[in-house]
Ligand binder design. Structure first.
Ligand code: HEM
Length: 91
C-alpha cells in the first residue's frame, strides 16, 4: 500500500485551511511527512536539525530574501513527496 503523504498532510478532515502555510498552527506536528509506525523515518531527528540550521542560516544571510514571481505561478511536483518544481527568488 502506498500513502500519498502530500495529500494526507493536507487532509481537510484533519487540518483547518489545509492549503495555507501557517507556521503558528498548533496542529502542525500531526503531519506524517516522516511516515508513521514501524517504518517511521530513522533520519527524522537529523532532518529536523538540518532543516532548522538551513532555514535559520538562509534567513540570516539573506534578510531580504523574497519571491521573484507571483505566488500563484509556482508549480508543484506530482510525486508522492510534494514540493515546488522551482522557487525563483530575489535577495
Ligand atoms: C526532510 C527529510 C526527510 C523526509 C521527508 C523523510 C521521509 C521519510 C519517510 C516518509 C519514510 C517512511 C517510508 C515508508 O513508510 O516506507 C522514511 C523512512 C526512512 N528514512 Fe527518511 N526522510 C527524510 C530524511 C532522512 C534522513 C536524513 C535519513 C538518514 C540520515 C533518513 C533515513 C530513513 C530511513 C533509514 C528510513 C527507513 C525506516 C524503516 O523502513 O524502518 N531519512 N523517511
Amino acid at each position: 500500500m502506498t500513502v500519498s503523504l502530500g495529500a494526507a498532510n493536507r487532509d481537510p478532515l484533519k487540518f483547518e485551511r489545509p492549503d495555507s502555510f501557517d507556521i503558528s498552527r498548533t496542529d502542525a506536528n500531526w503531519h506524517i511527512a516522516f511516515g508513521k509506525g514501524i517504518h517511521v523515518c530513522l533520519g527524522a531527528p537529523l532532518a529536523r536539525v538540518e532543516g532548522q540550521t538551513a532555514f535559520e542560516t538562509l534567513i540570516r544571510r539573506y534578510p531580504a530574501l523574497r519571491l521573484a514571481v507571483a505566488l500563484d505561478t509556482l508549480s508543484w511536483t506530482q510525486n508522492i513527496l510534494r514540493g515546488f518544481r522551482e522557487i525563483p527568488v530575489l535577495f
